[in-house]
Design a protein around this ligand. Structure first.
Ligand code: FES
Length: 127
């Protein structure tokens, strides 16, 4: 699976929102650093977080077991499975928020916004 990623931290800098339909088009055109925007491949049976790390990315995480939400991402296109989730409330999963530490792609391509731990509603979960 080909993953295109975007750092949540750059959205505010550019005045973008997770709800923007053309968020990834704008990101592609914005000449962002590789840490903030780019692509990598997830092999079969790899979690999204494992694949990001194997590609040299340092994405946030803590427990790696579906209990802390540090690793949360917003899936804006494609499907990411969720084997273990002990923390996300329904209103966030309904928005497409998933845990990258145990989420595995279920589509040929995936667009995700990582670094969501900075979002207020996710930061509150970790208290
Ligand atoms: Fe804790 Fe994924 S690292 S839920």
């Amino acid at each position: 699976t080909e993953v295109t990623y975007l750092n949540y931290a750059v959205l505010a800098d550019h005045g973008w929102s997770l709800d923007d339909d053309d968020l990834f088009e704008k990101a592609a055109a914005a000449d962002l650093d590789e840490v903030d925007y780019g692509q990598f491949t997830v092999e079969d049976e790899q979690s999204l977080l494992d694949a990001a790390e194997a590609s040299g990315h340092a994405w946030p995480f803590a427990c790696r077991g579906g209990a802390c939400a540090n690793c949360a991402v917003a899936v804006t296109d494609g499907e990411l499975s969720q084997l273990v989730d002990h923390i996300l409330p329904d209103e966030l999963t309904d928005e497409g928020i998933r845990l990258s530490c145990n989420g595995k792609p279920e589509s040929d391509s995936l667009e995700v916004v990582y670094n969501l731990e900075q979002r207020d509603d996710l930061a509150d979960l970790k208290l």
